[in-house]
Design a protein around this ligand. Structure first.
Ligand code: PMV
Length: 324
């Protein structure tokens, strides 16, 4: 194996139309398509080394060696890359994030996107963006949306070949900002991996999935036309629909804290009074508050006055995954 070492850098993303539930757990074929924006300035740096001296894969995250479940997940992913490149060599993965964990920013998306790009390059595979996105999807569904840049749509697809993400507008298309209101840094009770397996137990999941094409159309058009009000309404609706399914699954899960609801109410109030701002919430209690970048400092200082908001973390729209 010649080029056996490579480094890649990738941004996390926040979904406006969310992915929740899989039609195929193993291939991570999602129940519905989704749309997101990458978060600029927040990065996972991942180095992959195929090392013939290793007797097993090794995983170092933010300077700490990991075994158990995190290593198993990465190893299962690396098996796919080994299968594609016809090698049996074990790998050392060294990954670090420049953003703190527990902030409601999914490091699995940026982590697996960077891992896909670095592992493919180190294995000597030549993959186009669509193939890389499909590969990243196998590590973590939302990771497929961190391969292309800017505003991104993941087509649910019918099978492995047709389920991939592609950019619908580059990052410079629309200067939006994500101000994440952090209300808790505690480990979430149920991770998204387990959450996806519970999705179908909610009577709301079918309604949510059946209506997804309509929401995707509205969201895509709102982004292309830079229609903030339309984006605000559809993204809040979509976030609430996902949480309705989460709260009514069996067993039910409630990610929100009192301060989560405090931020939701405040954001809707500010919008009524004329500030362009909306919320969206992933599988956790922290609230992603989106606004045009000209409003970032106003929104950040208002968020910091809400009881229970510990701090806010802001990010503009980010670019695609790249080799380092
Ligand atoms: O890619 P996963 O398995 O971490 O799932 C992501 C799920 C949500 O963040 C809640 C929604 C989304 O589309 O990003």
């Amino acid at each position: 194996m010649k080029d056996c070492i490579a480094t890649a850098i990738s941004a996390p993303n926040i979904a406006f139309i969310k992915y929740w539930g899989n039609r195929d757990q193993h291939l991570r074929l999602p129940a519905n398509g989704s749309i997101s924006m990458n978060l600029g300035g927040l990065e996972s740096h991942t180095q992959v080394t195929f090392d013939p001296a290793l007797r097993a894969d090794r995983l170092v995250l933010n300077g700490l060696e990991f075994n158990g479940q995190p290593l198993q997940r990465v190893s299962a992913f690396l098996e796919i890359v080994r299968g594609m490149s016809g090698t049996s060599t074990f790998v050392r993965v060294d990954s670090s994030n420049n953003f703190p964990t527990g902030t409601g920013i999914a490091s699995s998306a940026s982590g697996f996107a960077a891992l896909s790009l670095a592992a493919a390059a180190a294995a000597g595979l030549t993959l186009d963006q669509r193939q890389l996105s499909r590969l990243a999807r196998r590590g973590s569904g939302s990771a497929c949306r961190s391969i292309p840049g800017g505003f991104v749509e993941w087509f649910a697809g019918e099978n492995d070949e047709t389920s991939f993400a592609q950019s619908i507008a580059p990052h410079e298309h629309w200067a939006l900002n994500d101000c994440v209101a952090i209300v808790s840094r505690e480990h979430k009770p149920v991770g998204s991996g387990e959450g996806h397996t519970l999705a179908d137990t909610s009577p709301f999941q079918k309604v949510r999935v059946d209506d997804a094409p309509r929401r995707l159309d509205i969201c895509r058009r709102a982004i292309l036309e830079r229609d903030f009000e339309a984006l605000a309404e559809i993204a809040e609706l979509d976030s609430n629909l996902m949480h309705a399914a989460i709260m009514t699954s069996s067993p039910p899960v409630l990610y929100w804290q009192p301060a989560t609801v405090g931020v939701m109410r405040a954001v809707q109030e500010w919008r009524k009074k004329g500030t362009p701002v909306f919320f969206t919430i992933d599988a956790g209690p922290n609230v992603h508050v989106i606004c045009p970048s000209a409003y970032t400092s106003q929104v950040t200082s208002q968020l910091n006055t809400i009881p229970g908001v510990k701090e806010t973390l802001c990010a503009p729209v980010g670019g695609p995954a790249r080799l380092g």
